[in-house]
Design a protein around this ligand. Structure first.
Ligand SMILES: *[C@@H]1O[C@H](CO)[C@@H](O)[C@H](O)[C@H]1NC(C)=O
Ligand SMILES: *[C@@H]1O[C@H](CO)[C@@H](O)[C@H](O)[C@H]1NC(C)=O
Length: 300
């Protein structure tokens, strides 16, 4: 009899918790997300049984999005719903369950990488500023950044003229890495990190140096593989004792990090970082990375 009473009490306490949407709406720093959930027509789903894990960007994270981009997002309900669903995971994931580097899938089916950096937990490029906030139908993490929905595959990013990566893309095509980089990640496939030299980076090489690469399939293949790492490395986890392995086996990329200045092989800066892809992540470089084995042939 006593046990029944205790159970009933526990059940009624659990029932007192608000649902995910009401909880977000009740807090001054997540009210914007709650409004957007309603606007996108996701309120009923996220008030439903779930359970869900919501990666909830703070109001300050939405405020950091350029006005034009935010307005464009608000004007397109499908796009908005897709962006919000990218921030929702099926099931309850608590921080103590998080194995660093684990890939989880959002309601949109896209992969999100969770990892620890020191005492902090990250989801892709966003830091969790509060974790394990319990509600009646799920758990909330507060994020300092709105996550970017992946823009297709790594190859798709190379094809996007906005990023000005046509020279590297033509190298990828020539050595037939296009298929590998255009494969959508699923269990059993690999994810990659591409350090992609921009067209401006290629323009820093002499025409004769470029010719020596583009006319020698072996050199070109070595060069392409040297810019690829198997596995996903976001900017915040680039600090790996100064080295990142590449697909050009045995040839690592050097990483110097000091005072927020990051340089690869002493020369290359990341002009854009953490561009999310379905099969990994892309960082854009202002210099081509030349493996030491090729410096004699190409630069000399
Ligand atoms: C969000 O607001 C709540 C109070 O509404 C406060 O307790 C919490 O510390 C705030 N969290 C952050 C990360 O600002
Ligand atoms: C990349 O994959 C997409 C989707 O499967 C396909 O439509 C596209 O033609 C592919 N591009 C190349 C260059 O293989």
């Amino acid at each position: 009899m006593m046990r029944v009473v205790v159970l009933a009490l526990v059940a009624s306490v659990a029932h007192c918790l608000p649902n995910l949407v009401d909880d977000l709406a009740a807090h001054g720093n997540t009210s914007q997300l709650a409004d957007l959930i309603t606007k996108a027509g996701l309120e009923a789903t996220l008030k439903g049984p779930g359970p869900f894990t919501i990666l909830a960007p703070l109001n300050s994270a939405f405020d950091a999005i350029p006005k034009d981009d935010l307005n464009a997002l608000l004007a397109d309900t499908n796009d908005l719903a897709n962006t919000l669903k990218y921030h929702v995971l099926q099931g309850e994931i608590f921080s103590w369950d998080i194995q660093s580097g684990r890939i989880v899938h959002s309601l949109t089916g896209h992969a999100i990488r969770m990892y620890k950096q020191g005492n902090d937990i990250y989801f892709n490029n966003a830091k969790a500023v509060a974790v394990d906030l319990e509600t009646d139908n799920g758990v909330i993490y507060l994020l300092d950044t709105v996550l970017d929905v992946p823009e297709g595959t790594i190859y798709g990013i190379l094809e996007n003229p906005d990023y000005k990566l046509s020279k590297f893309r033509s190298a990828v095509d020539k050595v037939r890495y296009d298929r590998l980089l255009n494969t959508t990640y699923s269990y059993g496939n690999y994810r990659y990190t591409l350090f992609a030299p921009s067209d401006d980076a290629f323009a820093k090489l002499d025409q004769s140096q470029l010719d020596r690469f583009f006319q020698n399939p072996t050199y070109l293949s070595d060069l392409v593989r040297y810019h690829l790492h198997r596995g996903t490395i976001h900017l915040k986890s680039l600090d790996r004792n100064g080295r990142v392995t590449s697909l050009y086996t045995g040839h690592d990329i050097g990483v110097d990090i000091s005072n927020n200045d990051i340089r690869l092989n002493h020369v290359a800066h990341l002009t854009e970082s953490d561009i999310e892809a379905d099969n990994g992540v892309v960082h854009i470089l202002d210099h081509v990375l030349i493996p030491s084995t090729l410096t004699g042939q190409i630069v000399g």
